[in-house]
Design a protein around this ligand. Structure first.
Ligand code: CP
Ligand code: NVA
Length: 310
C-alpha cells in the first residue's frame, strides 16, 4: 500500500511517535542516514511561495543521499492545465516521492490517488502537516514528551495551521485549544475528527473565546499569520483578530515554563508582538530547523513503509 502524508491523521499515534523518534535520531546524527543514496530523486513542487519548506526539503533530500528536484509548478505543464493525475503518472515512474505545496486539498488528494509513490503535503489551504511534525519535535525537545501537555493556538482558527494543530496535536496526546473569534473558528468536521482522535489518545480539544482564559495552564503558545497565502481582506481580518494577538499579557497568563512557537513567516505587531517572538520563551528558530529533521524522517518512513507493503 502506498503511504501518503496528506493530512496529520494519515499517521496513527504510534506511527507519528515512530516518525518523531526517527527525526530525533536524524538530528543527532545529521549526516549518518543516507537511505536515498544512489541517488533516488524526490520531486518537490510549489504552487505557492516558500522559504523554509523549499530549503528544508532540498537540503534534507540531499542529506538523505537523494537528489531534490525542486520545481515551481507554474513553470511546469501543470501551470498550463495538464491534469494533476497525468502529472502523477509521469512523476511516479521517475521519482521516489512527490512533495507538493498547493491550494485545495482536493488537488493533493488527486495527486495521491494517481501515484504509486508517496505524496507529501507541503502545505495546502487546509493543512500543514510537515510543520506540525517539526513543532512536535520542538515540544519533545523542551518537555521530553507531548502527551498531557496543553497547546493553545491564537488567531485564525480556520486556517491550515489551526487544522493541523488540531489533528496532529491530538494524535500526539496534547490538549489543543483554539482561541479565535466567531467567524474564524475551525471547520466543524475537522474539530470533530480531532475530538475523536483525542478520545483515543486521552487528550481534549476545545475552542475558547477569551484569550487569557485560554492561556491558563498552557505549555505551548502558538499562532500564525492572519492572512494566509491566497487570502484577501487584510484590514477586516486584522480588526477581528487583534484581540487575539500573542503578547506579553497572554504569555504571562500561560504556564511559567511555556514556550512560544510560530511556523513563520511572522508579522511582528500583528499576530505576535516582537517582544514575545524574539523573547526568551520563543523556540521559533529551533522549530524552523526541525522542519529539516522531521521531513527527512517522514520521507524515509513513507518510502520504506510503501516498499515493505507493495
Ligand atoms: N513555515 C513555512 O512553511 O514556511 P515557508 O512558507 O517559508 O515554507
Ligand atoms: N497559514 C500560512 C502558513 C504559512 C507557512 C499560509 O498558508 O500562508
Amino acid at each position: 500500500m502506498t503511504r501518503h502524508f496528506l493530512r496529520d491523521d494519515d499517521l496513527s499515534p504510534a506511527e507519528q511517535a515512530e516518525v518523531l523518534d526517527l527525526a530525533a535520531a536524524m538530528k543527532k546524527d545529521r549526516y549518518g542516514h543516507r537511505p536515498f543514496a544512489g541517488p533516488q530523486t524526490v520531486a518537490v513542487l510549489f504552487d505557492k511561495h516558500s522559504t523554509r519548506t523549499r530549503v528544508s526539503f532540498a537540503v534534507g533530500i540531499g542529506e538523505l543521499g537523494g537528489l531534490p528536484l525542486v520545481i515551481d509548478a507554474g513553470s511546469s505543464q501543470l501551470g498550463r492545465g495538464e491534469s494533476v493525475e497525468d502529472t502523477a503518472r509521469v512523476l511516479e515512474r521517475q521519482v521516489a516521492a512527490i512533495v507538493w505545496r498547493t491550494f485545495g486539498q482536493d488537488r493533493i488528494e488527486a495527486m495521491a490517488s494517481a501515484s504509486s509513490v508517496p505524496v507529501v503535503n507541503a502545505l495546502t489551504d487546509d493543512f500543514h502537516p510537515c510543520q506540525i511534525l517539526a513543532d512536535l519535535q520542538t515540544v519533545r525537545e523542551q518537555f521530553g514528551a507531548t502527551a498531557g501537555l496543553t497547546l493553545t493556538y491564537y488567531g485564525d482558527g480556520a486556517n491550515n495551521m489551526a487544522h493541523s494543530y488540531l489533528l496532529g496535536g491530538a494524535t500526539a496526546g496534547m490538549n489543543v485549544r483554539i482561541c479565535a473569534p466567531e467567524g474564524y473558528r475551525p471547520d466543524p468536521a475537522i474539530l470533530a475528527r480531532a475530538a475523536e482522535i483525542a478520545a483515543e489518545t486521552g487528550a481534549e480539544v476545545s475552542v475558547v473565546g477569551d484569550p487569557l482564559e485560554a492561556a491558563a495552564g498552557t505549555h505551548v503558545v502558538t499562532t500564525d499569520t492572519w492572512v494566509s497565502m491566497g487570502q484577501d481582506g487584510k484590514d477586516e481580518r486584522v480588526a477581528a483578530l487583534m484581540p487575539y494577538q500573542v503578547n506579553a499579557a497572554v504569555l504571562a497568563a500561560a504556564d511559567p515554563g511555556a514556550i512560544v512557537l510560530h511556523c513563520l513567516p511572522a508579522y511582528r505587531g500583528l499576530e505576535i508582538s516582537a517582544e514575545v517572538l524574539d523573547g526568551p520563551q520563543s523556540r521559533v528558530w529551533d522549530e524552523a530547523e526541525n522542519r529539516l529533521h522531521a521531513q527527512k524522517a517522514v520521507l524515509h518512513w513513507l518510502v520504506t513503509r510503501t516498499r515493505e507493503t507493495t
